[in-house]
Design a protein around this ligand. Sequence first.
Ligand SMILES: *[C@@H]1O[C@H](CO)[C@@H](O)[C@H](O)[C@H]1NC(C)=O
Ligand SMILES: *[C@@H]1O[C@H](CO)[C@@H](O)[C@H](O)[C@H]1NC(C)=O
Length: 395
Amino acid sequence: MMRKSYLIIITVFVAVTANTIYNTHDSVADEFDNDLDHHEEREGRILFPFVSIVRFANTDCASTNTMNGICLARRECNNLNGTITGTCASRRGRCCVVSRTCGSTTNVNNTYFTSPGYPAAYAGGQACTLIVNRCNNNICQLRIDFLDFVIAQPDGDGVCVTDSITITGGNTIVPPLCGDLTGQTIFVDFNGNAAITIAVTATLATTFARRWNMRLTQLGCDCPGLAPNGCLQYYTGITDTINSFNYGTGANTLLSASLVTGTRQIANLNYGICIRMEAGYCAIQYAQTANDVFSFTVTGDVEGADNTVLGTAVGAVNDGACVTDFVVIPNPVVAATAVPVGTDRFCGLGFVPVQTGAKPFVLYVVTDGNEGATATTPPDVANRGFSLTYTQIAC
Ligand SMILES: *[C@@H]1O[C@H](CO)[C@@H](O)[C@H](O)[C@H]1NC(C)=O
Ligand SMILES: *[C@@H]1O[C@H](CO)[C@@H](O)[C@H](O)[C@H]1NC(C)=O
Protein backbone atom coordinates (compact mmCIF):
# COMPACT_ATOMS: atom_id res chain seq x y z
CA MET A 1 0.00 0.00 0.00
CA MET A 2 1.72 3.15 -1.15
CA ARG A 3 0.90 6.48 0.33
CA LYS A 4 2.17 9.78 -0.85
CA SER A 5 3.85 11.99 1.67
CA TYR A 6 5.15 15.41 0.85
CA LEU A 7 8.16 16.13 2.90
CA ILE A 8 10.68 18.82 2.77
CA ILE A 9 13.64 17.69 4.64
CA ILE A 10 16.33 19.99 5.71
CA THR A 11 19.07 17.95 7.07
CA VAL A 12 21.77 19.65 8.99
CA PHE A 13 25.16 18.16 9.24
CA VAL A 14 27.11 18.93 12.28
CA ALA A 15 30.59 18.52 11.03
CA VAL A 16 32.12 15.75 12.99
CA THR A 17 35.31 16.51 11.08
CA ALA A 18 37.60 14.14 9.39
CA ASN A 19 38.54 12.07 12.41
CA THR A 20 34.84 11.33 12.87
CA ILE A 21 33.52 8.37 14.61
CA TYR A 22 36.38 6.42 16.06
CA ASN A 23 37.57 9.07 18.43
CA THR A 24 34.40 10.92 19.15
CA HIS A 25 32.27 7.87 19.88
CA ASP A 26 29.12 9.30 18.61
CA SER A 27 27.46 9.95 15.33
CA VAL A 28 25.07 12.43 13.95
CA ALA A 29 22.22 10.96 12.02
CA ASP A 30 22.66 12.90 8.83
CA GLU A 31 19.74 11.56 6.98
CA PHE A 32 16.08 11.13 7.34
CA ASP A 33 15.00 7.61 8.07
CA ASN A 34 13.11 7.37 4.82
CA ASP A 35 13.86 3.72 4.45
CA LEU A 36 11.92 2.91 7.57
CA ASP A 37 8.28 2.22 7.50
CA HIS A 38 6.92 5.12 9.47
CA HIS A 39 3.97 5.73 7.23
CA GLU A 40 1.35 4.32 9.55
CA GLU A 41 2.54 6.44 12.45
CA ARG A 42 2.24 9.55 10.37
CA GLU A 43 -1.13 8.88 9.05
CA GLY A 44 -3.40 11.88 9.44
CA ARG A 45 -0.67 14.18 10.70
CA ILE A 46 0.27 17.42 9.11
CA LEU A 47 3.91 17.30 8.30
CA PHE A 48 6.01 20.41 8.45
CA PRO A 49 9.46 20.93 7.19
CA PHE A 50 11.78 20.10 10.02
CA VAL A 51 15.37 20.01 11.05
CA SER A 52 16.76 16.88 12.54
CA ILE A 53 19.95 16.57 14.49
CA VAL A 54 20.32 13.39 16.42
CA ARG A 55 23.40 12.24 18.21
CA PHE A 56 23.89 8.68 19.30
CA ALA A 57 26.74 6.63 20.72
CA ASN A 58 28.72 4.28 18.50
CA THR A 59 27.99 1.29 20.65
CA ASP A 60 28.08 -2.23 19.37
CA CYS A 61 24.89 -3.73 18.04
CA ALA A 62 23.83 -7.28 17.40
CA SER A 63 22.66 -7.94 13.91
CA THR A 64 20.20 -10.57 12.84
CA ASN A 65 22.74 -13.00 11.45
CA THR A 66 24.79 -13.37 14.67
CA MET A 67 27.44 -10.98 13.44
CA ASN A 68 28.18 -7.99 15.67
CA GLY A 69 28.18 -4.54 14.21
CA ILE A 70 28.75 -1.01 15.32
CA CYS A 71 26.02 1.61 15.43
CA LEU A 72 26.75 4.28 12.83
CA ALA A 73 24.98 6.72 10.60
CA ARG A 74 24.28 5.21 7.22
CA ARG A 75 26.71 7.46 5.44
CA GLU A 76 29.45 6.49 7.88
CA CYS A 77 28.77 2.83 7.29
CA ASN A 78 28.94 3.36 3.55
CA ASN A 79 32.25 5.18 3.94
CA LEU A 80 33.61 2.11 5.73
CA ASN A 81 32.27 -0.19 3.04
CA GLY A 82 30.25 -1.79 5.79
CA THR A 83 27.06 -3.77 5.41
CA ILE A 84 23.91 -2.45 7.05
CA THR A 85 22.10 -5.26 8.80
CA GLY A 86 19.49 -3.39 10.82
CA THR A 87 18.87 -0.33 12.89
CA CYS A 88 20.09 0.77 16.30
CA ALA A 89 19.93 3.81 18.60
CA SER A 90 16.12 3.90 18.46
CA ARG A 91 16.28 3.44 14.70
CA ARG A 92 18.43 6.51 14.19
CA GLY A 93 21.58 4.58 13.50
CA ARG A 94 22.39 1.61 11.34
CA CYS A 95 23.93 -1.57 12.61
CA CYS A 96 27.00 -1.69 10.42
CA VAL A 97 28.92 -4.93 9.96
CA VAL A 98 32.44 -4.37 8.73
CA SER A 99 34.33 -7.19 7.11
CA ARG A 100 37.75 -7.03 5.56
CA THR A 101 39.92 -9.35 3.59
CA CYS A 102 43.53 -9.40 2.40
CA GLY A 103 45.56 -6.22 2.34
CA SER A 104 43.31 -4.10 4.55
CA THR A 105 43.63 -2.03 7.67
CA THR A 106 40.92 -1.62 10.28
CA ASN A 107 40.32 0.27 13.47
CA VAL A 108 36.67 -0.67 13.74
CA ASN A 109 35.50 -2.77 16.68
CA ASN A 110 34.00 -6.11 15.64
CA THR A 111 35.67 -6.21 12.24
CA TYR A 112 35.37 -9.60 10.56
CA PHE A 113 38.48 -10.82 8.78
CA THR A 114 37.50 -13.25 6.05
CA SER A 115 39.28 -15.17 3.36
CA PRO A 116 38.81 -13.83 -0.19
CA GLY A 117 35.40 -14.89 -1.52
CA TYR A 118 34.34 -16.29 1.86
CA PRO A 119 32.59 -18.69 2.39
CA ALA A 120 33.78 -20.11 -0.93
CA ALA A 121 37.10 -21.93 -0.80
CA TYR A 122 40.24 -19.86 -1.12
CA ALA A 123 43.05 -21.35 -3.19
CA GLY A 124 45.92 -19.55 -1.49
CA GLY A 125 48.58 -17.23 -2.80
CA GLN A 126 50.53 -14.39 -1.28
CA ALA A 127 50.26 -13.73 2.44
CA CYS A 128 46.83 -12.36 3.28
CA THR A 129 47.30 -9.64 5.86
CA LEU A 130 45.04 -7.51 8.00
CA ILE A 131 46.45 -4.70 10.10
CA VAL A 132 44.45 -3.89 13.21
CA ASN A 133 44.79 -0.51 14.87
CA ARG A 134 43.20 0.36 18.17
CA CYS A 135 39.87 2.12 17.86
CA ASN A 136 40.85 4.38 20.77
CA ASN A 137 43.65 4.89 23.31
CA ASN A 138 41.90 2.93 26.00
CA ILE A 139 42.01 -0.40 24.16
CA CYS A 140 44.23 -3.03 25.79
CA GLN A 141 43.43 -6.29 24.05
CA LEU A 142 42.27 -7.80 20.81
CA ARG A 143 40.00 -10.80 21.16
CA ILE A 144 40.13 -13.04 18.10
CA ASP A 145 37.28 -15.50 17.67
CA PHE A 146 37.92 -18.12 15.03
CA LEU A 147 34.28 -18.45 14.04
CA ASP A 148 35.20 -20.57 11.06
CA PHE A 149 38.81 -21.31 10.23
CA VAL A 150 40.24 -24.13 8.17
CA ILE A 151 43.63 -23.99 6.49
CA ALA A 152 45.99 -26.84 5.61
CA GLN A 153 47.17 -29.24 8.30
CA PRO A 154 50.70 -28.99 9.69
CA ASP A 155 53.35 -31.37 8.43
CA GLY A 156 53.58 -34.75 10.16
CA ASP A 157 55.67 -33.22 12.94
CA GLY A 158 53.11 -30.55 13.71
CA VAL A 159 54.97 -27.68 12.06
CA CYS A 160 52.83 -25.23 10.08
CA VAL A 161 54.82 -25.30 6.85
CA THR A 162 52.13 -25.32 4.14
CA ASP A 163 49.75 -22.82 5.67
CA SER A 164 49.97 -20.77 8.82
CA ILE A 165 48.50 -17.85 10.66
CA THR A 166 50.84 -15.54 12.49
CA ILE A 167 49.83 -12.69 14.76
CA THR A 168 52.50 -10.12 15.47
CA GLY A 169 52.92 -6.60 16.79
CA GLY A 170 51.12 -7.18 20.08
CA ASN A 171 52.50 -7.84 23.54
CA THR A 172 51.45 -11.50 23.53
CA ILE A 173 53.48 -14.22 21.89
CA VAL A 174 51.18 -16.14 19.57
CA PRO A 175 52.71 -19.31 18.11
CA PRO A 176 52.24 -19.91 14.38
CA LEU A 177 49.07 -21.99 14.05
CA CYS A 178 47.36 -23.93 11.26
CA GLY A 179 44.80 -26.59 10.51
CA ASP A 180 41.31 -26.36 11.97
CA LEU A 181 40.92 -23.60 14.54
CA THR A 182 37.14 -23.26 14.36
CA GLY A 183 35.73 -22.46 17.79
CA GLN A 184 39.01 -21.29 19.29
CA THR A 185 39.42 -17.85 20.85
CA ILE A 186 42.67 -16.11 21.67
CA PHE A 187 43.47 -12.82 23.39
CA VAL A 188 46.33 -10.64 22.20
CA ASP A 189 47.51 -7.62 24.20
CA PHE A 190 48.15 -4.46 22.25
CA ASN A 191 51.62 -3.04 22.72
CA GLY A 192 50.73 0.58 23.32
CA ASN A 193 49.56 2.15 20.12
CA ALA A 194 51.28 -0.38 17.83
CA ALA A 195 49.13 -2.21 15.32
CA ILE A 196 48.57 -5.95 15.49
CA THR A 197 49.13 -7.72 12.19
CA ILE A 198 47.29 -10.91 11.36
CA ALA A 199 48.80 -12.75 8.40
CA VAL A 200 47.52 -15.95 6.84
CA THR A 201 49.97 -17.65 4.53
CA ALA A 202 48.49 -20.33 2.28
CA THR A 203 50.54 -22.19 -0.29
CA LEU A 204 48.85 -21.95 -3.67
CA ALA A 205 50.65 -25.05 -4.92
CA THR A 206 48.97 -27.18 -2.26
CA THR A 207 45.36 -27.76 -3.22
CA PHE A 208 43.19 -27.37 -0.16
CA ALA A 209 39.74 -25.86 0.50
CA ARG A 210 40.73 -23.06 2.84
CA ARG A 211 38.40 -20.51 4.34
CA TRP A 212 38.21 -18.33 7.40
CA ASN A 213 36.07 -15.84 9.24
CA MET A 214 37.50 -14.29 12.39
CA ARG A 215 35.77 -11.76 14.59
CA LEU A 216 38.08 -9.12 16.02
CA THR A 217 36.80 -7.51 19.19
CA GLN A 218 38.63 -4.58 20.73
CA LEU A 219 38.53 -4.77 24.52
CA GLY A 220 38.89 -1.64 26.63
CA CYS A 221 41.43 -1.65 29.47
CA ASP A 222 38.59 -1.63 31.99
CA CYS A 223 36.58 -4.32 30.22
CA PRO A 224 35.55 -7.28 32.42
CA GLY A 225 36.09 -9.61 29.44
CA LEU A 226 39.86 -9.01 29.32
CA ALA A 227 42.02 -12.11 29.66
CA PRO A 228 44.51 -11.86 32.55
CA ASN A 229 48.10 -11.11 31.50
CA GLY A 230 49.87 -14.10 30.06
CA CYS A 231 46.75 -16.08 29.16
CA LEU A 232 46.56 -16.73 25.44
CA GLN A 233 43.17 -18.31 26.01
CA TYR A 234 40.61 -17.48 28.65
CA TYR A 235 37.47 -19.40 29.54
CA THR A 236 34.59 -18.30 31.69
CA GLY A 237 31.65 -20.25 33.03
CA ILE A 238 31.46 -23.22 35.37
CA THR A 239 31.94 -25.82 32.68
CA ASP A 240 33.32 -25.87 29.16
CA THR A 241 35.51 -27.87 26.81
CA ILE A 242 39.07 -26.85 26.06
CA ASN A 243 40.52 -28.19 22.83
CA SER A 244 44.13 -27.90 21.84
CA PHE A 245 44.70 -25.95 18.63
CA ASN A 246 43.76 -28.06 15.60
CA TYR A 247 42.18 -30.78 17.73
CA GLY A 248 39.88 -32.72 15.44
CA THR A 249 38.33 -36.03 14.62
CA GLY A 250 40.46 -37.16 11.69
CA ALA A 251 44.16 -37.99 11.86
CA ASN A 252 46.74 -35.97 9.95
CA THR A 253 47.37 -37.83 6.69
CA LEU A 254 50.97 -36.64 6.45
CA LEU A 255 53.90 -38.66 7.75
CA SER A 256 56.27 -37.38 10.40
CA ALA A 257 60.00 -37.26 9.84
CA SER A 258 60.10 -40.67 11.52
CA LEU A 259 57.93 -41.90 8.57
CA VAL A 260 54.94 -42.80 10.72
CA THR A 261 51.46 -41.22 10.73
CA GLY A 262 51.89 -37.60 11.71
CA THR A 263 50.32 -35.42 14.38
CA ARG A 264 47.55 -32.86 14.43
CA GLN A 265 49.09 -31.39 17.56
CA ILE A 266 50.85 -28.13 16.68
CA ALA A 267 54.60 -28.06 17.39
CA ASN A 268 56.54 -25.50 19.44
CA LEU A 269 53.76 -24.44 21.77
CA ASN A 270 54.21 -22.93 25.20
CA TYR A 271 51.13 -21.08 26.33
CA GLY A 272 48.70 -20.63 29.18
CA ILE A 273 44.97 -21.25 29.27
CA CYS A 274 43.19 -19.49 32.11
CA ILE A 275 39.77 -20.14 33.52
CA ARG A 276 37.94 -17.51 35.50
CA MET A 277 37.09 -18.75 38.98
CA GLU A 278 33.35 -18.19 39.20
CA ALA A 279 31.67 -16.85 42.33
CA GLY A 280 31.05 -19.64 44.83
CA TYR A 281 33.51 -22.04 43.21
CA CYS A 282 36.82 -22.98 44.80
CA ALA A 283 38.35 -25.80 42.78
CA ILE A 284 38.28 -27.23 39.29
CA GLN A 285 38.15 -30.68 37.77
CA TYR A 286 39.54 -31.70 34.39
CA ALA A 287 38.54 -34.83 32.53
CA GLN A 288 38.90 -36.12 29.00
CA THR A 289 35.97 -35.14 26.85
CA ALA A 290 33.54 -38.05 26.93
CA ASN A 291 32.85 -40.43 24.06
CA ASP A 292 36.11 -39.70 22.30
CA VAL A 293 38.97 -42.14 22.87
CA PHE A 294 41.35 -39.76 21.08
CA SER A 295 40.61 -36.87 23.41
CA PHE A 296 43.96 -37.13 25.15
CA THR A 297 46.55 -38.30 22.66
CA VAL A 298 49.50 -36.05 23.44
CA THR A 299 52.43 -38.48 23.15
CA GLY A 300 52.84 -42.14 22.18
CA ASP A 301 51.64 -44.46 19.46
CA VAL A 302 47.91 -44.02 18.82
CA GLU A 303 47.88 -46.64 16.06
CA GLY A 304 49.57 -49.23 18.23
CA ALA A 305 47.09 -48.81 21.08
CA ASP A 306 43.63 -50.32 21.31
CA ASN A 307 40.65 -49.11 23.30
CA THR A 308 41.94 -50.71 26.48
CA VAL A 309 44.75 -48.18 26.34
CA LEU A 310 43.43 -45.14 24.42
CA GLY A 311 41.70 -42.77 26.77
CA THR A 312 42.23 -44.97 29.83
CA ALA A 313 44.41 -44.96 32.93
CA VAL A 314 46.62 -47.53 31.15
CA GLY A 315 47.45 -44.99 28.47
CA ALA A 316 48.04 -42.15 30.94
CA VAL A 317 51.62 -40.98 31.47
CA ASN A 318 52.87 -38.30 33.82
CA ASP A 319 55.74 -36.72 35.67
CA GLY A 320 59.30 -37.22 34.39
CA ALA A 321 58.13 -39.39 31.50
CA CYS A 322 56.58 -36.25 29.95
CA VAL A 323 59.39 -34.26 28.39
CA THR A 324 58.44 -33.51 24.80
CA ASP A 325 54.73 -32.68 24.66
CA PHE A 326 52.66 -32.26 27.81
CA VAL A 327 49.96 -30.39 29.71
CA VAL A 328 50.71 -28.82 33.10
CA ILE A 329 48.02 -28.67 35.78
CA PRO A 330 49.23 -27.20 39.08
CA ASN A 331 49.05 -29.32 42.24
CA PRO A 332 46.32 -31.82 41.29
CA VAL A 333 44.68 -34.67 43.18
CA VAL A 334 43.07 -37.72 41.58
CA ALA A 335 39.40 -36.82 41.31
CA ALA A 336 38.14 -40.25 42.35
CA THR A 337 40.29 -40.67 45.45
CA ALA A 338 41.50 -37.16 46.40
CA VAL A 339 45.01 -38.65 46.59
CA PRO A 340 47.67 -36.18 45.41
CA VAL A 341 48.94 -37.01 41.94
CA GLY A 342 52.42 -35.94 42.98
CA THR A 343 53.20 -34.30 39.66
CA ASP A 344 51.76 -31.58 37.49
CA ARG A 345 52.78 -32.96 34.07
CA PHE A 346 50.49 -35.06 31.93
CA CYS A 347 51.04 -36.73 28.57
CA GLY A 348 50.47 -40.11 26.92
CA LEU A 349 47.29 -41.57 25.46
CA GLY A 350 44.90 -41.21 28.37
CA PHE A 351 44.09 -38.86 31.20
CA VAL A 352 42.76 -39.76 34.63
CA PRO A 353 40.39 -37.04 35.91
CA VAL A 354 42.04 -34.66 38.36
CA GLN A 355 40.99 -31.78 40.57
CA THR A 356 42.95 -28.84 41.81
CA GLY A 357 42.33 -25.93 44.13
CA ALA A 358 45.44 -24.04 43.01
CA LYS A 359 44.62 -20.49 41.91
CA PRO A 360 44.40 -18.96 39.46
CA PHE A 361 42.84 -21.79 37.46
CA VAL A 362 45.30 -22.30 34.66
CA LEU A 363 46.78 -25.00 32.52
CA TYR A 364 49.86 -24.77 30.37
CA VAL A 365 50.47 -26.50 27.08
CA VAL A 366 53.99 -27.35 25.95
CA THR A 367 55.00 -29.13 22.75
CA ASP A 368 58.43 -29.53 21.20
CA GLY A 369 59.44 -29.15 17.57
CA ASN A 370 58.82 -32.68 16.28
CA GLU A 371 57.30 -36.08 16.91
CA GLY A 372 60.57 -37.89 16.64
CA ALA A 373 62.01 -40.59 18.86
CA THR A 374 64.10 -39.77 21.91
CA ALA A 375 66.72 -41.97 23.51
CA THR A 376 64.07 -43.65 25.62
CA THR A 377 60.86 -43.38 23.63
CA PRO A 378 59.73 -44.47 20.16
CA PRO A 379 58.27 -41.79 17.88
CA ASP A 380 54.83 -40.36 18.52
CA VAL A 381 52.26 -41.70 16.06
CA ALA A 382 48.99 -40.05 14.98
CA ASN A 383 48.61 -37.79 18.03
CA ARG A 384 45.70 -35.37 17.99
CA GLY A 385 46.33 -33.26 21.05
CA PHE A 386 43.67 -32.96 23.73
CA SER A 387 40.06 -32.16 24.42
CA LEU A 388 39.55 -31.64 28.14
CA THR A 389 36.28 -30.71 29.79
CA TYR A 390 36.56 -28.64 32.94
CA THR A 391 33.96 -28.33 35.69
CA GLN A 392 34.32 -25.90 38.56
CA ILE A 393 33.62 -27.28 42.02
CA ALA A 394 31.47 -25.36 44.49
CA CYS A 395 33.11 -24.24 47.75
C1 LIG B 1 35.94 1.26 0.33
O1 LIG B 1 36.02 0.71 -0.99
C2 LIG B 1 36.58 1.60 -1.94
C3 LIG B 1 36.45 0.96 -3.30
O2 LIG B 1 36.89 -0.36 -3.28
C4 LIG B 1 38.03 1.90 -1.55
O3 LIG B 1 38.60 2.77 -2.45
C5 LIG B 1 38.05 2.51 -0.14
O4 LIG B 1 39.38 2.69 0.28
C6 LIG B 1 37.33 1.60 0.84
N1 LIG B 1 37.26 2.25 2.12
C7 LIG B 1 37.61 1.64 3.24
C8 LIG B 1 37.50 2.47 4.51
O5 LIG B 1 37.99 0.49 3.29
C1 LIG C 1 33.57 -3.91 21.03
O1 LIG C 1 32.43 -4.73 20.93
C2 LIG C 1 32.27 -5.63 22.00
C3 LIG C 1 31.10 -6.56 21.76
O2 LIG C 1 30.46 -6.38 20.59
C4 LIG C 1 32.11 -4.87 23.30
O3 LIG C 1 31.99 -5.76 24.39
C5 LIG C 1 33.31 -3.97 23.49
O4 LIG C 1 33.14 -3.20 24.64
C6 LIG C 1 33.48 -3.08 22.30
N1 LIG C 1 34.68 -2.30 22.44
C7 LIG C 1 34.64 -0.99 22.49
C8 LIG C 1 35.93 -0.30 22.62
O5 LIG C 1 33.60 -0.36 22.42
